[in-house]
Design a protein around this ligand. Structure first.
Ligand code: CP3
Length: 354
């Protein structure tokens, strides 16, 4: 009996949180704040618990994942936690030989370049990532009223790592496949959409209250190419999890020209980087979506006065929006002073309290 009565009370508190209310474009007690990459190298307590443990190994240890996810919530009092993992974790889980190299990023031993290579991308099952289910179970118990955001890499951004074999500035191999062998490209993105959807489902079923699809590198594409060659796969991911009723966030960097088609892929919330002011982003996205963003992460190196001036500019530009979630325009940079982040959360909460 007690479990039946206590669980829904907590769920109500999560459902009624400022973050989830803003995602649903409902009135909020204050503008909610969280930061992409809020867990990680900017925090000394993160560096301490990660000592001697590889990035991908740390992602498979539920106790460590839960602790790292909670660290920024305790320290900064952000309005949401983001599950500690990486976009390449589901690929590793289905047997792709990859690693995350410090200071470089994901590196794939044998890139995916041919139709035969597609056979290496099998479907993802919940058993492949049982540590995710376990860690989210621990987290939802410990987070109380704070919502947990699950996430995955979008098909294009995952494909860019798989085809290039690592980070790239130009994506010449990925784009060569997209332009030169559109059928193989479409099949690859469709496979990745299936894997990504399965990975998001695991997180939602374990208790994630929202999900974010990171298409970090989509800004490399012209709108027409995005629409033709990428949008269908991302839309498939959003469709696959629509039935759960949890807010779906869609984010990329340098996507000023893509905000409209990215919104059309089906998310409830569109993430905006710092290059487009929030009011202009809202015009481009159109009605019916909440927006997330968009302080330039480098502003945090400029001192409290500059941070507050620039944060206020974001709040002013977003003042007319139906739903605004305050975030950075991209992830927290590792050398950021964590106290600057704590002060920023406090500033946004104080300035927007109603
Ligand atoms: O706090 C959070 O936001 C959750 C954790 C998180 C990580 N990666 C942890 C991580 C999230 C959401 C990601 C997503 C991710 N990973 C993206 C999309 C977000 C974005 O920034 O655009 C991308 C492109 C990746 C791929 C990736 N993984 C890169 C480029 C790097 C950096 C490599 C480096 O060392 O500079 C990683 C590694 C990574 N992912 C780290 C962390 C904390 C650093 C590894 C470490 O701490 O040892």
């Amino acid at each position: 009996m007690p479990t039946e009565t206590t669980a829904p009370v907590k769920n109500d508190a999560v459902r009624d949180s400022a973050f989830l209310r803003a995602c649903r474009r409902e009135p909020v007690p204050h503008t909610p704040v969280w930061f992409m990459r809020q867990a990680g190298r900017s925090l000394p307590e993160y560096r301490k618990v990660r000592e001697g443990i590889g990035m991908l190994d740390s992602c498979t240890r539920p106790d460590l994942v839960a602790e790292i996810t909670l660290q920024p919530v305790r320290r900064h009092r952000v309005d949401a936690a983001i599950y500690f993992s990486d976009i390449v974790v589901p690929l590793k889980a289905i047997g792709i030989d990859l690693d995350i190299k410090p200071g470089i990023g994901p590196v794939v031993e044998q890139p995916i370049r041919t139709r035969a290579d597609l056979g290496r991308l099998r479907d993802l099952t919940p058993e492949d990532v049982s540590y995710v289910t376990e860690a989210i179970g621990m987290l939802t118990r410990e987070l109380g009223p704070t919502p947990l955001i699950g996430f995955a890499g979008a098909p294009f951004t995952l494909a860019s790592y798989l085809i290039e074999g690592g980070p790239s500035r130009t994506y010449e191999n990925a784009k060569a496949m997209m332009y030169g062998d559109p059928e193989l490209w479409a099949d690859l993105l469709d496979r990745l959409a299936g894997i990504t959807a399965a990975f998001l489902k695991v997180q939602i079923e374990a208790g994630a209250s929202a999900v974010q699809l990171f298409d970090s590198w989509a800004g490399a594409l012209a709108p027409a190419d995005y629409r033709r060659s990428v949008l269908p796969a991302s839309a498939k991911v959003f469709d696959a999890v629509a039935g759960y009723g949890v807010p779906r966030i869609h984010f990329g960097v340098g996507t000023g020209e893509l905000l409209k088609p990215m919104a059309e892929a089906g998310a409830d919330v569109v993430g905006v980087d710092w290059r487009v002011p929030m009011d202009e982003a809202a015009r481009r996205v159109g009605p019916g979506k909440a927006l997330q963003g968009n302080l330039d992460p480098t502003v945090l190196f400029a001192g409290t006065e500059a941070v507050e001036t620039k944060a206020q500019e974001v709040l002013d530009a977003a003042a007319g929006l139906e739903g605004h979630i305050f975030n950075l325009g991209h992830g927290v940079m590792p050398s950021t002073d964590p106290d600057a982040l704590t002060r920023l959360v406090e500033y946004v909460h104080t300035r927007t309290a109603r």
